[in-house]
Design a protein around this ligand. Structure first.
Ligand SMILES: [Zn+2]
Length: 435
């Protein structure tokens, strides 16, 4: 596949206002990105769809939103202080830094050709910060490396107040931070990212069944976001890949131009996290089981997805270059569910009452869908701009509209146009979106 495709997508993202390089006017900050007007709408739609799919459409999953800063004991209990390391080496000659497990230390540095390595040393991936004005070891805090722990430390609070019975889940969407040594592939690996995590608490003997259940659910979710099924797969982890807390794990992977890569991890975390917090805090994070009349520590099956990776997947999967009447057309065939703008509205000419009519139509569509008014340039150029923005539908007000109150409705993918009454636009969009 075409590795240049990512570069083309980065360029389209800037051109259309999906993604900008962070602090670009100062030369940018490596591997950090800002979501622009179209990007933020699409990201929000992805998160809303996940939230509906995982939380509000179910009676056994509740949501929460924990603080990013947590008591530092949290990360001792979770094992992150001790275990969340990557082995790191530096080339003494050119000072390039590598992950020791990503290169062959018997070979010279691929950047400068000299073989002069530092000893490998362990590098903790958590971002450290200090709380209060004085930097002192008592006041150390970390930017959370995962949202999951905010859920585990609140297990009893949430269970008691929501009165959920096993099996049930707690879900959260939020930012997490990892001081990765190697980043890259645009939004794929960044040091600041957003997670959509579900911790699903179950009887310890039932983790296998629920792991299977959530694997199937999560692959299905990516498919209904419009992602090509043939480019999605579920890959079991080998024993050497498992995290310190996990006994079984699957990755949902997508075939990117840079190879098959992880979108989401679905893991059996057992009772590790609640056990650790029980031990470290001395406060019981347990569940009173009405069946056996005993307090038990539930096991957990986790489904942890990256918002930015889901976003990148939608873009990569939707990007198409086509030839239309001898001209190149770049089009994002995004699902209408995630497209930032649902319908664009154009007056064919900027006179004869057409702009006024088009603006009235935009106002009406906005009661239900996102809409965008564009009167700038030839109609062909306006269509192309919306094709690049992934806008699935376009309404054009023309001469005939002023006579019989009908408009044309254009489909982004087929480029076919149908004429419908102006007062039926919302109904037509509703029908197409429910497909
Ligand atoms: Zn070097």
């Amino acid at each position: 596949m075409d590795i240049k495709k990512i570069e083309k997508i980065v360029s389209l993202c800037k051109r259309r206002g999906f993604i900008f390089q962070s602090s670009e006017i100062y030369g940018g900050l490596a591997s950090t990105w800002d979501y622009g007007p179209l990007g933020v709408e699409m990201k929000r739609k992805i998160k809303n769809d996940w939230w509906h799919n995982i939380v509000t459409s179910r009676d056994n999953v509740v949501g929460m939103d924990a603080a990013i800063l947590m008591h530092p004991k949290t990360w001792e209990a979770s094992g992150h202080v001790e275990n969340f390391h990557d082995p790191l080496v530096d080339c003494k000659h050119c000072k390039t830094r590598y992950r020791a497990d990503h290169i062959d230390l018997d070979k010279p540095c691929e950047r400068c050709g000299v073989k002069d390595w530092t000893e490998p040393r362990q590098f903790n991936l958590m971002f450290k910060t200090a709380i209060g004005p004085v930097e002192d070891s008592e006041e150390i805090a970390y930017l959370r490396p995962e949202t999951a722990q905010g859920i585990f430390v609140n297990f009893s609070n949430v269970q008691a107040t929501s009165r959920q019975k096993l099996p049930f889940g707690i879900a959260q969407i939020g930012k997490a931070f990892r001081n990765e040594i190697t980043t890259g592939n645009f939004l794929f690996r960044t040091r600041e990212f957003e997670q959509m995590e579900l911790e699903f608490f179950v009887y310890p003997e039932e983790t296998g069944k629920w792991l299977e259940y959530w694997c199937a659910e999560r692959v299905e979710w990516f498919k209904q976001l419009g992602i090509t099924a043939g480019k999605l797969r579920l890959r079991p982890h080998g024993a050497d890949e498992l995290a310190h807390y996990s006994s079984a794990c699957y990755d949902v992977e997508y075939e990117f131009p840079f190879g098959w890569s992880e979108l989401e991890g679905i893991a059996d975390r057992g009772t590790f996290d609640l056990d650790q917090h029980n031990k470290t805090s001395g406060k019981k994070q347990t569940y009173f089981d009405p069946v056996s009349n005993r307090h038990i520590v539930p096991a957990v099956v986790e489904a942890s997805a990256g918002v930015d990776r889901a976003f990148l997947t939608c873009l990569v999967d939707a990007y198409n270059e086509e030839e239309v009447r001898g001209e190149k057309r770049v089009v994002l065939k995004l699902s209408p569910k995630v497209a930032p703008i649902t319908c664009a509205v154009f007056p064919l000419v900027n006179k004869a009452g057409q702009p006024e009519k088009a603006l009235k139509i935009v106002k009406d569509i906005r009661q239900e869908f996102s809409a965008f008014y564009d009167a700038g340039g030839s109609i062909g150029r306006r269509y192309r701009r919306q094709d690049e923005a992934g806008t699935p539908f376009g309404v054009t007000v023309d001469h005939q509209t002023m006579e019989d109150d009908t408009v044309t409705l254009r489909d982004r993918d087929t480029m076919e146009q149908v004429r419908i009454p102006a007062d039926q636009i919302r109904r037509a969009l509703r029908e197409r979106l429910s497909k």
